[in-house]
Design a protein around this ligand. Structure first.
Ligand code: IPD
Length: 286
């Protein structure tokens, strides 16, 4: 099937905006913690499930036969070769605390989402329903962003990565997993890296971090252990804006590591991470 990636990107945006409106409108005063994952801080809220249910029903209504995979329950096998990979609220902890850095992330991908390295995003939307920031991309057609409505609203503009002269001048975003042992390891890697970069930010949403690389709000980003739904949309937005998004060796981003930035500085960051990891040793199993 000949896929129209721009059409997929429009669909991604429309459903992401609708889910964003839902999570803002129905954000309860007291957020109910319905489930925990690797630790108590990995909070899965009722709104996560509600947002994902909306995305699933809207996407499969518009495009029957596509597959669907999300962070929460309710995957679907497809027959068209396109699978929607969604994070109904990326930045759940920010959502919980009312910090305005969370997003709905929607990507159309090809390939087998369960096979590491076996899939690629072809269309994407990342929508921050609080700030009105929207990011989009379609494979081979570029990446764009704008702020919707209200004060500071703007027309869509093409996104382009920043090109700092060196890693020492680069503002680096990162994120942490939820499990204690991983966090201990991540802290050690950060300790090695911190003297080598301009500064480090932990903003709390992998999807938005990748979009910030795309629009140059941060220079580079790396994180260990991202799931497909955390990175699928942001990966394409960053790539289409001129970033290299890869694992530590320059191959496709893996469960192991996702590193993003303009090619020269991204290469410098990978080398610095490899040295840091050689220094601290591999992560010990918990
Ligand atoms: C998390 C956020 C966070 C990143 C974590 C993700 P969630 O996603 O993207 O920034 O550091 O690795 O799990 O749980 O809020 O959807």
């Amino acid at each position: 099937e000949d896929v129209d990636v721009l059409d997929l990107a429009r669909t991604a945006r429309e459903v992401a905006v609708a889910a964003g409106e839902l999570i803002i409108r129905e954000r309860p005063e007291e957020i109910v913690v319905t489930e925990t994952k690797s630790s108590r801080t990995d909070v899965v809220t009722a709104m996560d499930q509600a947002s994902q249910d909306l995305l699933r029903s809207e996407l499969l209504r518009r495009r029957p036969g596509d597959g669907f995979a999300g962070e929460e329950r309710g995957g679907a096998e497809g027959t068209t070769g396109i699978t929607w990979v969604v994070d109904p609220i990326d930045g759940t902890v920010n959502y919980l605390y009312g910090l305005a850095a969370y997003a709905v992330s929607v990507a159309a991908v090809v390939g087998d989402v369960d096979a590491p390295g076996g899939w690629r995003p072809v269309a994407a939307a990342v929508v921050n329903p609080v700030s009105g920031e929207e990011f989009g991309a379609a494979l081979g057609r570029g990446a764009w962003g704008h702020t919707r409505g209200g004060e500071g609203g703007s027309a869509p503009r093409p996104l382009r990565v920043a090109e700092p002269e060196s890693l020492a001048m680069a503002l680096c975003a990162t994120g942490f997993g939820y499990a204690a042992q991983r966090r201990r390891w991540q802290g050690r890697v950060i300790a090695e890296l911190l003297p080598q970069v301009r500064d480090i930010r932990r903003l709390g949403s992998a999807a938005l971090d990748l979009c910030r690389v795309a629009d140059g709000t941060v220079d580079v980003y790396f994180e260990r252990g991202l799931n497909p739904w955390d990175k699928a949309a942001g990966w394409l937005v960053a790539t289409e804006a001129g970033a290299l998004v890869s694992d530590l060796d320059g191959g496709p981003p893996s469960d192991e590591m996702t590193v993003a930035g303009a090619p020269a500085v991204q290469g410098e960051l990978r080398a610095a991470l490899q040295r840091a990891i050689a220094q601290v040793g591999v992560e010990q199993p918990s």
